[in-house]
Design a protein around this ligand. Structure first.
Ligand code: FES
Length: 508
């Protein structure tokens, strides 16, 4: 891809910009249900509950639908790469069937909402594909097609796609959906307000006391009393069941370029090869569509993000020659150790606190599914497939063993290893403009950033979540924590949780 001089950020944020922010609560408030987090899981939950006549408030630290949901690839599909063969082996055919049913129902549910509210959100039906170029993966794809079909999806193994390059094979599921996630969610939020729900932006929840009622404290000085509390902050900001041991954060890059309608693939594609690559298109006007290519996933805090962007652009250029890159952004997902989201009670003893997290890269169908499930659970009703997602499910060596141990080893390495002074620790003068490094100043590890004008600013390098050491992502100008994915601006302000406090300022 050729680069345009001014490359823009998330296409979804650009084409559905936020209006004026909703102010924080004017004073202490009391509601039936407080939903913490205004992404797709939080807003879907709040909307479902408001429709049931419940009094609901959404508390969003920043702007609604502007975090991970505003940076997704926006595929609403029940085909999640190779999940069904995995589920068939780890949770049995019934587990795979319940997963397929719950995800397919979420898509149909969203279609009903779009119809009912008349939401203009570029809703398009498209086939979803998991493909591979290398014949090495053909057997895996055949197994996935077989498992997905057995789970109830109209899945088939094919060797022809509308990609402009040959594939060795693919799993195809017809009638999935791609859409504009922010247009959908902003309409949901508007309808929620119309029905009496409240949305508060710029209101970070920093404390939770469980009880009857539960009490939330916020960084704007007001408290919220609520009979029920839903934590839908992507990575949970309150974690009383050690969920952080079962979640690993992953960043992923996105590049986009206009492509002529007659060259644009109509399907939605993902491959497990090549550090994952996914392809879809969106309406762009003037006989064009926007080609959106995703991939290059990595643990937050990686030093080589710019090279990763270059690799992803080069891959897109190789497969779709002659395009000019117009947008690029990054998103973040949390993978659960058994590849199934965690949706249900916040901890084993919890009676009024709920959580939704661990959607992997499939937060749109997952978020809508979570909204339906949490509405039922909060209302005291059971759902046939709810147990599949219950965060209290017991880990088994078969389904979580390897990834659980890998994640713990990774966290331990950063928690302990990053504190040990290294022979190659940089000095302040080694930090180039537009970059940052962790430097020991008077025995303390400081995260020091040098701006383009050469000015230095320093903050504590210890993440305020659980104390791992952050590292600098120069492509996105952010301090990132490799343990659970908190992200901070160069001045220490929070960009993304689970941290709820900024990095402390340091004098250097
Ligand atoms: Fe958990 Fe940083 S996000 S220690």
């Amino acid at each position: 891809m050729n680069d345009e001089t001014a490359i823009r950020g998330s296409y979804w944020l650009e084409t559905a910009p936020p209006g004026d922010p909703a102010p924080p609560p004017p004073g202490d408030i009391a509601v039936e249900v407080a939903v913490v987090g205004g992404g797709i899981a939080g807003l879907s939950t709040a909307w479902e509950l408001v429709r049931e006549g419940r009094e609901v408030a959404v508390l969003e630290a920043d702007r609604i639908a502007a975090g991970v949901t505003g940076r997704t690839t926006a595929k609403l599909s029940a085909l999640h790469t190779l999940i069904y063969d995995h589920l068939r082996r780890t949770r049995g055919p019934e587990g795979a069937r319940l997963y397929a049913r719950s995800q397919s129902e979420a898509i149909r549910h969203a279609a009903g909402i779009v119809d009912e509210l008349g939401v203009e959100c570029e809703w398009e039906q498209a086939a979803a594909f998991t493909y591979a170029e290398s014949p090495r993966h053909t057997e895996k794809l055949r197994a996935e097609a077989d498992a997905a079909r057995e789970a109830g999806l109209p899945a088939e193994f094919v060797t022809e796609t509308d990609l402009p390059f040959a594939v060795a094979g693919a799993v195809r599921v017809a009638d999935q959906v791609q859409f504009h996630p922010r247009k959908y969610l902003l309409m949901i939020a508007e309808d929620l307000r119309r029905r009496g729900g409240a949305v508060y932006e710029g209101t970070r929840v920093v404390g939770l006391t469980e009880g009857e009622p539960c009490v939330l404290s916020t960084d704007v000085g007001v408290s919220v009393r609520a009979d029920e509390v839903v934590i839908a902050t992507h990575y949970p900001v309150f974690d009383r069941a050690l969920l952080f041991t079962r979640l690993s954060p992953r960043r992923e890059l996105v590049v986009a370029a206009p492509i002529a309608e007659d060259r644009a693939p109509r399907g939605m594609y993902i491959t497990p090869e090549q550090n994952t690559r996914s392809v879809r298109t969106a309406p762009y006007g003037d006989g064009q569509r926007l080609l959106i290519v995703t991939g290059e996933h990595f643990t937050p805090g990686a030093a080589d993000v710019e090279e990763r962007f270059t690799r992803l652009s080069a891959w897109a250029d190789d497969r779709f020659p002659g395009l000019t890159l117009t947008h690029r952004w990054a998103t973040q997902d949390n993978d659960s150790t058994d590849s199934v989201p965690l949706v249900g009670p916040l901890h084993p003893g919890s009676r009024h606190t709920w959580v939704a997290t661990g959607f992997g890269g499939w937060g749109l169908s997952g978020g809508i599914m979570a909204g339906r499930l949490l509405c039922e659970l909060v209302s005291g009703r059971a759902v046939e497939w709810g147990g599949l997602y219950d965060p209290r499910r017991l880990a088994s060596v078969v389904r979580e063993g390897t990834s659980f141990l890998k994640h713990q080893a990774h966290v331990a390495k950063h928690f302990v290893g990053d504190r040990i002074p290294s022979m190659t620790e940089p000095a302040l003068e080694d930090i180039p403009p537009g970059n940052g490094a962790v430097v020991r100043v008077k025995g303390r590890q400081c995260a020091v950033h040098r701006d383009e004008q050469g000015r230095l600013q320093a903050v504590s390098a210890r993440c305020t979540h659980l104390g791992c050491i952050v590292s600098f992502n120069s492509a996105e100008q952010a301090w990132e924590c490799p343990c659970h994915g908190s992200r901070f601006a160069p001045d220490g302000q929070i960009l993304q949780g689970p941290a709820v406090h900024p990095l402390e300022r340091r004098e250097i």
